[in-house]
Design a protein around this ligand. Structure first.
Ligand SMILES: [Zn+2]
Length: 80
């Protein structure tokens, strides 16, 4: 492996530790629920999930789980 690539891999390892450098703009995730799959999406600061709880309360365990996974890489949601 050439030195250029070694340097890039080292940089990638460092960047991967610096989560705050990354800000997700939009994405859609399929979540394998215990009973049904759910589609969770994020865009322009807004979350959406197709589960009943989200429709009722504007937040849900699927969204909250993703917020934990993406710690520092998305703005925190305000619970309703
Ligand atoms: Zn949900």
């Amino acid at each position: 492996m050439d030195y250029g690539m070694i340097g890039k891999i080292e940089k990638a390892k460092r960047y991967a530790q610096e989560r705050g450098r990354f800000k997700f703009v939009q994405f859609t995730v399929s979540f394998a629920g215990d009973n049904n799959p759910h589609t969770v999406s994020y865009g322009k600061g807004n979350w959406k999930c197709d589960c009943d709880f989200f429709i009722l309360r504007g937040t849900c365990s699927h969204q909250m789980a993703l917020e934990r996974i993406l710690d520092q890489m998305i703005p925190a949601a305000v619970p309703v």
